[in-house]
Write a protein that binds this ligand. Sequence first.
Ligand code: NAP
Ligand code: MG
Length: 478
Amino acid sequence: MTFEYSSAPESKAIVTIDPVYKLFIGGKFVAPKGGKTFTTINPATEEVLAKIAYAEKSDVDKAVKAAQEGLKVWSKMAPSERGKYLYRIARIMQERAREFAVLETMDNGKPIRETRDIDIPLSAAHFFYHAGWADKLEHAGVGSNPKPYGVVGQIIPWNFPLLMLAWKVAPALATGNSVVLKPAETTPLTALLFAQVCQQAELPAGVVNIVTGDGATGAAIVNHPGINKIAFTGSTDVGKLIARSVAGTDKGLTLELGGKGANIVFEDAPLDETVEGIVNGIFFNQGHVCCAGSRLLVQENIQDELLEKLKRRMSQIRLGDPLDKNTDIGAINSREQLEKITELAISGDTEGAERFSAACTIPAKGFWYPPTFFTGVTQAHRIAREEIFGPVLSVISFRTPQEAIEKANNTPFGLSAGVWTDKGSRILWTAKHLRAGVIWANTFNKFDPASPFGGYKESGWGREGGRHGLAAYLKGAK
Ligand code: NAP
Ligand code: MG
């Protein structure tokens, strides 16, 4: 006998979405000079949620000037006072957590279970954590007289809209910088709600400025001479473009880019727990995760047993309405991203890998992709090399630990990895030989504001979070 779940939708009543949003500059919502707008949709229903102001170069210029004014006030303030504002913001985010969670789910397509339990609480945690550092920077091991860069330009992607904002804004403010931030085109709404939180917290005008727009808006931030540092999270291609633009200037730069994380399962791993870790590693947030465990490296003698268990587990994953509290997998963030995932998965078929997809009912409207894995994947296949950024796992087998390391490191990226084994010594040995910024042992996709996050090679430069993340916002600090 099977028990069906009744739907348990979260109410949208807590959220008020304005028909049109302006730019947040100098503590006020202001219309863009050119009067242009674009729309943001709910990717689960394709319904238009709001019109969003499009910031052109002149609007970015205005935001940078406002940030320079904000900086004067912010940099004169006692660090402990700056800390109080960050605590206030963190508390308001907690108070308004449900509102943020519902809005994020509507604008992004990710399940309410994740926004409610992960994105929003972690965002508040980043503000709490950094609030504590604001008046203790001399003790952070980053030099005796740490100084902020000044005005920081921050550009973020659509996969964790509020969380990426928190990762960027909280350390920048704690270290005494002011900010011009651009959210992604498809997910601007929680950043604009955050702007309201800044007003509610009575943050001095110009300390945080939010300009909405597209890649050209981002480029205008990168190239503005009044910006002292760029912090970017997004694709490796755009990261490379930015690195080229910033080269030869005295702007600071941190880049958090793509990944192709190896989740390595040794023959002595506890298989049921490992299956949970594999599912969390690749299907969390529809696989739109830079540090996803998108390559499963499994020791050959346990592959069949592990994949049987994985198939059984995948058949229980519920795909559908992101606002339903039972939903595990929500909508793909955009049609464009769905096309990218579909194209890469088809290359898996044509290059000879074998596909398994969970049998899910795909809703009639919106953008969806069923949880999928490929076996028979070789190192040369595109699905083994390129970031899919969707719920698609490539399974590759190995025989010896040495072979696992060689395969895991055979990638232009170096962001994350996982190790599953019963032996502590094997965890340490494997971690030592992996070229990845974050390595999880017998778990996956765990985040904490105190833990630095970042990559090697084409996964980026610099770290976010922890003491290392503070250094990235302090001039000359290491
Ligand atoms: P993306 O195209 O690079 O976009 C990221 C941000 O940059 C967006 O705000 C985008 O604006 C903006 N942008 C686009 N072109 C620009 C330009 N020429 N100059 C300045 N800014 C520009 O990446 P995405 O497709 O949104 O995000 C997915 C990628 O991000 C994946 O590769 C993923 O691995 C990576 N990511 C990395 C991390 C990490 O921490 N390492 C975290 C999350 C995501 P629009 O929104 O208008 O395109
Ligand atoms: Mg949207």
